[in-house]
Design a protein around this ligand. Structure first.
Ligand code: G6P
Length: 614
């Protein structure tokens, strides 16, 4: 989704801003632009397409400005054109602004400003906000706080979400940022300070970060920075060190972040697991749940809310938690939950799962749950994210930054944490110490088994070569492997643009079987238990109709020759970790499938890493 980076310092803004935009590319975007405060005016450069186009346009421009703002836009209001690209400049040329989010009442505000004689150069809601600030500025008397006051007067008039960075021509040493609903973070370096939508924009250049809360303003000037509320009261600025992040966001020897993130899963999962088991080795100990034990022991229902891949992880969690803790679990699309009249049945816990912790629909679902007085827990990868701050408690995934748009290591850690949650809740209820111990041992063995599967990556590449001509594929599995089938299909369509559908294997006969043909392969993820015979029967139904079958199956399950064209073998494992292992070949399959088509797996068309609009 859109990305913001702003620079105020002693050096040259251009290099830091273009580098910052490159680091934000992973969020997904369709145009990019930059504005510098230079020689008593603003100079703007904006291009559709890649940040590289902007970098080429800037090459040789010789800007020496030390104050600028930049943006990658993911179109919401108006098509992908240069005039809709940020930064936007106010009608009088006094302000430039970059904006993430959506101003819902921009139509009303635009009509108001048009009534004041202003004209607009773009179709965007963001230009309206820029002009609204300019309007208030023109109404204020000259004094040293005029810029800040104009921003403070304009923002409360906006309905919706924003993260902004704004500059004013009359203040060559000041940059203002503000947030409501869209993340914004201040970066503090030795020679420069930054404002960005995401700390990765300035890692390596800033040493510390301050995450803004909703309703806060960051005012950066040559003397430093301060955080205030919209009303003007000083707000607390908590700084977070940024040292280790640089290494984690470097690509190293890998061709893409997606590949890197797939292969770093053994280490990532070790981090997810580290120090999270009780001393007696029979349960999980999740610090973020402490203080809520009474509610957790006595729950009637858990509702998971999430979007995309995170929702698939929740669906695996549903099977696990119901089995281990025997608590009824529902999984809702966050976007549906937030508008539903969901009955308040007994003591319910809402668990929101989001890698980024910034997905708007998931955050709104949490806010809705809180309005209804429900306890909310978050599961997120991003420390200090909105989700982490807005929930009553929760757990961090600890897998390091996930840059590839297609989520991989985050899914594995979410499933791992769901199993740990099931274990912890189970041990508060019926689960025996022996069963608990077996699960702890299985989870501790997970990183090694993940390594073992990933070592067979070449075999998956060969399978992807064999099947890569297919334009339609089905993914099928049962029970906790059904969401794995959904995730396998999602991964493939996200990055290869082939059409893929996931179904419970038994649903095949209720419609999808009509699609079976020699041109439509089916990928079956086979269970490691008695249910496997039923899935093998489904595979035979496909083969009988001349559909190619690729099976992903544990070593202990015999697959008859006539049931599958190809079989990829997984190590035998405890049921709580089988979904994670079974998903690994599907991640690699999608990765190779897309690469064989010559596609950029890290920047799939139309997608955004973190969707911060509705
Ligand atoms: C977007 C991404 C998906 C991701 C989903 C939820 O749609 O493209 O890969 O699964 O958002 O993201 P979250 O950060 O909430 O897990």
């Amino acid at each position: 989704m859109c990305g913001i980076v702003g620079y105020l310092g002693k050096g040259n803004a251009q290099e830091s801003l273009v580098d910052g935009l490159r680091r934000l590319e992973y969020r997904g975007y369709d145009s990019a632009g930059v504005a510098f405060h230079e020689g008593g005016e603003f100079s703007l450069s904006r291009e559709t397409g890649r940040v590289e186009n902007l970098a080429n346009a800037l090459r040789g421009s010789g800007s020496s400005s030390s104050l600028g703002i930049a943006h990658t836009r993911w179109a919401t209001h108006g098509s992908v054109t240069v005039s809709n690209t940020h930064p936007h400049q106010s009608h009088d040329g006094k302000f430039v602004l970059v904006h993430n989010g959506v101003i819902e009442n921009y139509g009303t505000l635009k009509r108001f400003l048009e009534g004041k004689g202003m004209s607009f150069a773009s179709e965007t809601d963001s230009e309206v906000l820029c002009n609204l600030i300019a309007y208030h500025y023109s109404e204020l008397p000259e004094d040293e706080d005029r810029f800040i006051d104009a921003v403070r007067l304009a923002l409360p008039k906006c309905r919706g979400a924003y993260g902004i960075a704004v500059l004013c021509l009359d203040y060559p040493d000041v940059m203002i940022g503000a947030r409501r609903g869209s993340p914004l973070v201040v970066g503090l370096g030795e020679d420069a300070n930054f404002i960005a939508s995401d700390a990765s924009a300035f890692v390596g250049r800033a040493k510390e970060a301050v995450f803004l809360n909703d309703g806060e303003l960051a005012i950066l000037d040559k003397g430093g920075f301060r955080i205030t509320t919209l009303e003007g009261q000083d707000a607390q600025a908590v700084t977070h060190p940024l040292d280790q992040i640089l290494e984690e966001v470097e690509l190293g020897d890998f061709d893409s972040y997606m590949e890197k993130e797939i292969y770093e899963q053994p280490a990532a999962l070790e981090n997810t697991l580290r120090g999270r088991f009780g001393d007696d080795g029979t349960t999980a100990k999740l610090g973020g749940l402490e203080g809520h034990e009474d509610v957790l022991r006595d729950l009637d229902r858990i509702i998971f809310v999430a979007c995309g891949t995170a929702r698939h992880a929740c669906m695996v969690g549903e099977y696990m938690i119901e089995r281990l803790a025997r608590v009824p679990v529902e999984v809702e699309h966050a976007s549906e939950f937030r508008y539903r009249n969901s009955p308040k049945a007994g003591k319910s816990l809402v668990i929101a799962v989001s890698q980024s912790g910034e997905t708007l629909d998931t955050l709104e679902a949490v806010r809705e749950a809180k309005t209804k007085g429900l306890l909310t827990l978050g599961m997120t990868n991003v420390v200090g994210s909105s989700l982490a701050r807005e929930t009553d408690g929760g757990v961090y995934q600890r897998v390091g930054p996930e840059i590839g748009v297609a989520s991989t290591k985050a899914f594995s850690s979410q499933v791992c944490l769901s199993a740990m949650l099931g274990l912890a809740l189970g041990r508060m209820r019926d689960l025996s110490p022996m069963d608990g111990q077996a699960i702890v041992e299985a989870l501790n063995g997970l990183p090694d088994l993940v390594s073992k599967v990933l070592q067979q990556g070449e075999q998956i590449r060969e399978l992807a070569v064999k099947y890569s001509k297919a334009e339609h594929l089905l993914f099928l599995g049962r029970q906790s492997l059904y969401p794995v089938a959904l995730e396998g299909a999602l991964k493939l369509k996200e990055i290869s643009y082939a059409h893929a559908e996931g179904y419970p294997a038994a649903e095949l006969k209720h419609g999808p079987i009509a699609l079976i043909s020699p041109e439509c392969p089916s990928v079956f993820v086979v269970e490691g238990n008695d249910l496997s015979s039923k899935t093998i029967a489904n595979m035979q139904e496909v083969k009988a109709r001349k559909g190619p079958v690729l099976a992903i199956a544990p070593e202990n399950i015999e697959i008859p020759d006539q049931a599958a064209d190809d079989v990829f073998r997984l190590p035998e494992a405890h049921e709580v970790i089988r979904p994670i292992l079974a998903n690994l070949p599907l991640q690699l399959f999608a990765y190779h499938f897309a690469r064989l088509r010559g596609l950029d797996v890290d920047k799939p068309r139309n997608l955004a890493k973190s969707v911060t609009v509705e």
